[in-house]
Design a protein. Structure first.
Length: 322
């Protein structure tokens, strides 16, 4: 069984040489030659930006002369809960035993639901292939005992990886040293559970707490797509549960509260008769008897051959005549 792995990015030790970015692009282009038999010329010179899974975004913070530049590295965080995996309609996104979240190119249909669900806006869509791509954490290299391409290319040790427990211990040690050195709070982002949407992350970052949000390391990462999906799921469960309870309550009432000695409803109606809503009320019963008596008398009066009220055949009488 493979142990859970983690990659750590130390912003304090990073010199922004972008060797990690070049290493990532090179590794994924070489995979084209190995896995898809694509020639060197196309794999090296072609416009394949979707195969670069690590890229920098520059931010200016503050106002001159007190401004400073913060580099945000956009990459997959390999979330513990992986909302992209949960929302994928074709199960094209899987989690490897070492914790890497990987998109299967063969099963992907290019619906871009993963992008809608990802709170970090990581998956990239390639129009030429109609597929979505993102970092694979070089799972084939890692499972073979090698580091990821970005970690292998880093010249300062700002990127390092290994078993999750060992990586987190080293990250905490570095964060502690930076707090003492700069008298500033440093955090290890992704070490603990962030929320119910992403959980913990397989890619953790050592960063000053002041730059956390600017670097795209959100304290409560979520997307409306996943929040709506979760809310709809909860409402559906509540509705189904409420309906079931209502059915049980109705069945209990009918069998035990409104039942007579025979186990039926308290007002049994013989076949062919109609039960009135208020037939148990004395005034209603009296009215029904008077109406029945009046109809019987009228029937007898008009049916007698010698009755003065009998009309000749073919004539119609006044319905209100006395």
């Amino acid at each position: 069984m493979h142990a859970q792995k983690a990659v750590c990015y130390d912003t304090h030790s990073c010199i922004n040489c972008y060797a990690c970015m070049v290493g990532c692009a090179q590794e994924n282009r070489v995979r084209l030659q190995r896995d898809r038999n694509i020639g060197v010329k196309l794999s090296v010179n072609g416009d394949l930006s979707h195969l670069t899974h690590l890229w920098p975004i520059q931010h200016e913070v503050g106002r001159f002369p007190n401004s400073r530049r913060v580099t945000q590295f956009q990459h997959c965080h390999h979330c513990e809960s992986a909302p992209c995996q949960e929302i994928c309609p074709t199960n094209a996104i899987v989690k490897r035993p070492n914790g890497a979240v990987v998109i299967s190119e063969r099963q992907c249909i290019g619906c871009r639901a993963c992008y809608d669900a990802c709170p970090y806006n990581v998956p990239q869509y390639d129009r030429s292939s109609g597929k979505a791509y993102k970092c694979t954490m070089c799972y084939d290299r890692v499972e073979a005992g090698h580091p990821t391409a970005c970690v292998d290319a880093c010249v300062t040790g700002a990127l390092f990886m290994g078993d999750r427990d060992e990586v987190l211990a080293e990250a905490e040690r570095r964060a502690r040293n930076y707090r003492e050195l700069h008298d500033e709070e440093y955090v290890v982002y992704g070490k603990d559970k962030l929320n119910n949407v992403v959980g913990k992350t397989g890619w953790v970052t050592i960063t000053p707490e002041l730059d956390q949000e600017v670097s795209g390391l959100y304290r409560n990462p979520y997307k409306a797509a996943m929040v709506g999906r979760s809310l709809g799921h909860d409402l559906a469960v509540f509705g189904i549960t409420g309906t079931a309870l209502a059915i049980l309550a109705h069945s209990f009432w009918w069998r035990h509260v409104a039942a007579d000695d025979d186990g039926h409803g308290k007002s049994k109606v013989p076949r062919g008769q109609v039960r009135f809503r208020h037939e148990h009320e004395p005034e209603h019963e009296k009215t029904q008897k008077q109406l029945t008596t009046a109809r019987s008398v009228a029937h007898k009066v008009y049916d007698r051959p010698d009755s003065p009220h009998t009309l000749p055949r073919g004539e119609v009488g006044d319905r209100h005549e006395k």
